[in-house]
Structure formats: C-alpha cells, structure tokens
Design a protein around this ligand. Sequence first.
Ligand SMILES: [Zn+2]
Length: 336
Amino acid sequence: MTQHFLISPAARTLSVRQVARMTDEEAFDIFRTIRFAANGGEPFCPHCGCPKIYQLNETPIRWKCADYRDCGKKFSVTSGTLFHSRKLPIRDYLAVIALFVNGVKGVAALHLSRDMNIHFKSAFVLLHKLREAMGAEVHGVDQLGGPDEPVEIDGTYIGGDVRAPNQEADKQQDWWKARKGKTEKNTVSIVVARERTGRAIPWAVPSERDAVEIIRAHVAPGTTIHADQGQHWNSLRRTHPMMRVNHQIEKRADNGANINQAESYYARLKRAEFGIYHRIAGHKNSKTQAYADEMAWRENRRRQANGTHWTAITTLALTLPKSIRWAGYWHPRVAV
Ligand SMILES: [Zn+2]
C-alpha cells in the first residue's frame, strides 16, 4: 500500500523547533527578504517606492525614505502589511505560522495562547489575520473550471442547533421538527464550488439559494457543474451544462455525476467546527466566512509540505495591506 502523503518525510520540511532556534537576525532576514522581494530583498520605501533610504539608529530596525521633498516617511519591515504595528518578536510570528499550518483542522486561539504564552486576545486576532491572508488567496481566483475541469457545488448549514430536551419523553414531534428545520435562526449556509482536481471557493450566505448567482459568476462558461437534486440549483442550467446526483439513491451516479470532492471539503470544515472551534456560525456571516476560507485553503494545499505552507502564509501576510477589520481590533474605536 502506498504511504499516505502526510506520513512521508516530504510532508515535513519545517518544524517549530527549527523556528524556535532561529536568531533574531535570521528571523528578521526572512521577513526582509519576503517583504522587499520586489527589490531583491533590499528595503525600499513602501510609501513612494523610492529605493533611496537609510537605516535609523533604532531597535527594532526602521528606515527612513530619503526623498525628503515628497515623502521622507519612516517605515519598518512590517509597515503597511498584515502585521502592521506588530507587538511580538518576528520569530514569534514565524512560530505562530508554523503552529497554525500544522493544525490541519485548524488551531484554537486558546491553544495558541498557551503554546506561545500570549494573551488569548492577541492569539485570536493574529489567527484571524492569518485567515484573512488565506481568504485573499482562496478568493483571488476569478473563475473556476473550464471545458475539461468539471466543478462540483454543494451547500451545508452551520449552527442553529437545537438543544435536546433532558427527558426522552419530552422529545416530541416539535423538537424533531425544530431540529430538522434548523435553517431558520442563527444558521449560516456555506456553499462551496470545487474543481474536481483543483481549487475550492466557499461562500457564507443566508441560504443556498443566495449562492446561485455567485456560482454562475464564478464558474467559467462551458464548465459542467455537478450538483445534488436541490431545486434551487435548477436555474444554473440556463448558463451551464449540469450533471445531477440523487443522494437518496447513490453517492455517484452511473454517468459519473457526483459531488464527493465538495463533500470532502465539508468533512474538514465540520471536523474543525466540532473538534476545534466549536462555534463558527452566528457572527453575521463574516467570521463564518473566515473559517470557511481557512478550510478551503488547507484543502486546496493538502498535498503540499508544511514548509511550503509556512512560506505561503508568511508571503501573503507580508504582501497584503494592513487589515481594516483586525488591526487594533481590541482597542476602542475613535468616532470620526
Ligand atoms: Zn518614500
């Protein structure tokens, strides 16, 4: 039997131990090389792009733009990135990313706060910034599919579970009904479109029906869409050829119609919900979207080594702009 990829040495190209042993200079050099990759790793002014800068006599290291007339601004290696106004040593960020990519079904903020001895609030925001980076990659794809690349779509409901009554005798029809119809309150639908051999994009929407036009826009013309018998998917026939599978009869139809890859995505998402995060619904969809994106990122890159994941997240974080949502999240907002 072939060895599972995750058990093979090829899956382990990075360890937290390795990161913990880095010197401050080594950690800084990793950030500098990635942050200023456009200039061969040499710092340039992120405000005006001017390569003429000089280093200030400060710790941690900062530079100043030499274009005094128009800019002259000061900046650090993380200025204007997702790690803008960072509080921790760079090595700690690299360690957090290593711990995070290793948790294939997610990493809880409390777990991270104990591993790193940082406050829960810091861990919570840091992980959400990393999810923002993952989401940028996942949603950076214009369209999925193509003539030879079928796309599977499906939806699932998250949250809104109805607590079972204590007494079995109380478990009357009403409770079963409430449980079945949990689509009503505090429930979010996560709809995914997934290429059979490639990428997945999830969307958190009030109900599956709300995703129909999103899917139409994100699946390339001429792509065959595989779906279950849900009636709301019917209108996609107007623009895309469709193959349907009836789950009451089979997982895979004789003509090859199936949505098993989309189901695999949900398997990971549901395990992350049950086992790690416990509650990912009911936050006006936006946090649900973040968790859905995280799991899509992990699913899309599941056959890559953890060192590749680590570099990818670090690069995304240092390439993306400062987070509008998460920068200063715990600070009182100043009214303007
Ligand atoms: Zn400048």
